[in-house]
Design a protein around this ligand. Structure first.
Ligand SMILES: [Zn+2]
Length: 340
């Protein structure tokens, strides 16, 4: 089977790998769609992927073969690449380690597996989440970023009727808009530099969209949130000025959820906003409950990825190097690998 193997120093090679035998508690998944995540792009940019690893954690597919003791899944089940409930005592590796540093230790350190950027992948039977027929394979590949947005909203202290600001309307920002709406947000304000993305944000339920190049952006945001500022800010941009902006505009004792994270130092002037006593929280990926909620919201049509996917480029696995190279260019975008 063909797989995109990382060779180090920002190089992939598409190779023919042998398919090993399944262990008794494993399933073989034939991949249908595999999206390149922002995390993959950062890991590529900073050369943090282990040599020999085949990344890809945002994928959908069909169970093609099951091990002798498998009970949770059967051949033909449609699945997404994560979100299953682990056995007791088995948590996210990053959360189990003492003082794990994402940037320095890297999410891929010492991980050498064949994941979603391949024709097939092998999982423990509990790892994938079974998907209902109401969710297409393509939408199912978006469940991982969706679970990240749903988790961010669930950890954000949002209350019914809150005014929300989403900074940055990339994929995660657009998912946060919909998840915040599903959680009962009253008014959703979005700040975003791209006109096209502002239009998409509107179609997804944003009440006010603001060009982030507005020289008076702080005041524009505060004016559009009852002159007191948003109750909750989702920082989904990780651009140089955006975290400081979040603190600048959040209401007194309001909440800031850091969803997108800068990999470089960002300037902050804390004395400006100390009197407001704002609260900032961070979030990392999704846990099984977040995946399950995401799948329900998708099945009910409360989270819809079709608009988000309109501008996505679908590529063949052979073009993986080009896709990663392009993603690093200014204005670069994330692609989705489509398999037969
Ligand atoms: Zn991801």
């Amino acid at each position: 089977m063909k797989a995109a193997v990382y060779k180090g120093k920002q190089k992939f090679s598409v190779e023919d790998l042998p398919l090993r035998e399944l262990e008794k508690d494993e399933v073989l998944i034939k991949i249908r769609y595999s999206a390149i995540c922002g995390t993959d792009i950062h890991a590529f940019q900073y050369d943090l992927i282990s040599v020999g690893h085949v990344p890809g954690h945002e994928y959908s597919g069909t169970v093609e073969q099951v091990g002798s003791s498998v009970k949770l899944l059967k051949v033909g089940d449609r699945v997404t690449g994560g979100g299953g409930t682990p056995p007791p005592g088995f948590g996210s590796p990053a959360r189990n380690l003492n003082q794990f540093n994402f940037k320095e230790d890297g999410v891929y350190t010492d991980i050498k597996k064949t994941r979603g950027l391949a024709e097939y992948t092998i999982s423990k039977e509990w790892e994938p989440l079974k998907i209902s027929d109401k969710i297409s394979h393509l939408q199912s590949a978006m469940l991982e970023p969706c679970s990240t947005a749903v988790r961010a909203v669930r950890l954000s202290n949002i209350k019914i009727g809150d005014n929300v600001l989403v900074i940055g309307a990339g994929h995660i920002g657009m998912l946060c808009i919909q998840a915040a709406k599903a959680a009962g947000a009253s008014k959703i304000v979005v700040s975003e530099p791209s006109l096209r993305r502002r239009e998409v944000a509107k179609s997804l339920g944003a009440d006010v969209v603001i060009d982030s190049s507005d020289p008076d952006i702080s005041q524009t945001i505060i004016s559009s949130t009852d002159n007191i500022g948003p109750d909750v800010v989702f920082e989904c941009a990780a651009a140089l000025p955006t975290l400081d902006l979040a603190f600048d505009v959040v209401r007194k004792k309001g909440n800031i959820m850091l969803v997108a994270l800068s990999w470089e130092a960002v300037p902050l002037v804390p004395i400006k906003w100390v009197t407001k006593e704002p609260v900032m929280a961070l979030t990392y990926a999704g846990e099984p409950r977040d995946w399950q909620i995401s799948a329900s919201l998708m099945a009910e049509g409360k989270i819809d990825c079709s608009t988000i996917l309109e501008d996505t480029e679908f590529i063949k696995l052979e073009n993986i190097q080009e896709a990663f190279d392009n993603a690093l260019k200014p204005g670069g975008f994330q692609a989705i690998v489509e398999f037969e």
